[in-house]
Ligand binder design. Structure first.
Ligand SMILES: C[S@@+](CC[C@H](N)C(=O)[O-])C[C@H]1O[C@@H](n2cnc3c(N)ncnc32)[C@H](O)[C@@H]1O
Length: 300
């Protein structure tokens, strides 16, 4: 198997990155019309509607505009050895689908895995398995990785979220199938809403959340992540930061903002769309004063 050793450097995601070629869906068009109509309604009336809507359902959190409220840091401020860590990337990491994670973020994920050295990893959202392969190729040989994705026959039951717009022409985990890392990976086919974390309670050193990006799903996955986290475990969310082409990811931003309000310790990883949380007091060792939230329009 061809492998290349790569020294990691902070990745940058251009403002119109990765998922920018996504076709405009009917769902998005309706959302835009709704947004436009909302601007025509007098603020007092719209506030009344909004409050009622908020009281009725959490789904409003997928429609609101949102601020990036958690502190942001460069990877090397979080992990000083980040820039000189050597990682393994395979040609299989070349992006094989519009919705797969781009190579620069895979490099960041790989580096984080090298630095964390996790024994047990859980991933929500396998898709073609690019992120799973990055995790598997950059963790010790006895690391066990469990990756969960919705069964193909249930894909069409998605109403919203990243999963809903994905063309149904992909094979789950194809990126790692047939590689020497496959034996480290167990695949679960299950709707995340039906997933029972009890058998993994307190065991996971890293939980990576990248399944349905709407608020209720992201929150559900986050609650399960917390239950599964080991004492020094880390949660990594993808798509905390997003652009106009992926507005459904607002659910992740809300979820992480709320989580940070309750638990503290979340950090946005500058130059990426990741947010990270460690299940210990690591944030105390990082000076809060030096990690300010970024303005919404900041270049990444
Ligand atoms: C953005 S893709 C994951 C990308 C992958 N982590 C990577 O880096 O290439 C999101 C995945 O989450 C899955 N998904 C969406 N909703 C889900 C749900 N309710 N339960 C389980 N998986 C879900 C989709 O089928 C899709 O494969």
């Amino acid at each position: 198997m061809n492998q290349i050793q790569t020294a990691a450097s902070p990745a940058t995601v251009p403002a119109n990155s990765s998922r920018s070629q996504k076709p405009i869906s009917l769902f998005r068009t309706l959302k835009n019309i709704r947004r436009f109509a909302a601007e025509l309604i007098p603020p007092a009336v719209s506030k009344l509607f909004q409050e009622k809507h908020l009281a009725l359902t959490n789904e409003s959190k997928d429609d609101e505009t949102v601020e990036y409220l958690i502190p942001a840091k460069r990877p090397s401020e979080i992990w000083p050895a980040f820039g000189t860590t050597e990682v393994t990337m395979l040609p299989r990491h070349l992006r094989n689908h519009l919705w797969a994670m781009p190579e620069n973020e895979l490099l960041v994920l790989a580096t984080i895995c090298k630095l964390l050295n996790p024994v047990n990893v859980f991933e929500f959202g396998t898709f073609t398995g690019g992120s799973t392969l990055a995790i598997a190729a950059n963790t010790p040989s006895d690391t066990e990785i469990i990756t969960l994705d919705i069964p193909p026959e249930e894909r069409r039951s998605h109403r919203t979220g990243v999963g809903s717009d994905i063309p149904f022409d992909y094979v789950i985990g194809v990126s790692y199938l047939g590689t020497r890392y496959e034996s480290k990976i167990s695949s679960i086919r299950c709707n995340a809403t039906a997933f029972d974390p009890t058998p993994y309670q307190g065991k996971m050193d890293l939980v990576f959340i990248d399944a349905d990006h709407t608020y209720s799903f992201a929150s559900n996955d986050t609650q399960n992540a917390i239950k599964m986290l080991s004492p020094n475990g880390v949660i990594l969310w993808h798509d905390y930061r997003w652009d106009d082409d992926t507005p459904e990811c607002v659910g992740v931003t809300h979820c992480v903002n709320e989580f940070h309000q309750q638990h503290k310790g979340c950090i946005e990883i500058l130059g990426t769309r990741f947010a990270v949380y460690q299940n210990s007091q690591w944030s105390e060792s990082l000076s809060e004063s030096s990690c300010q939230p970024r303005p919404v329009e900041a270049e990444v």
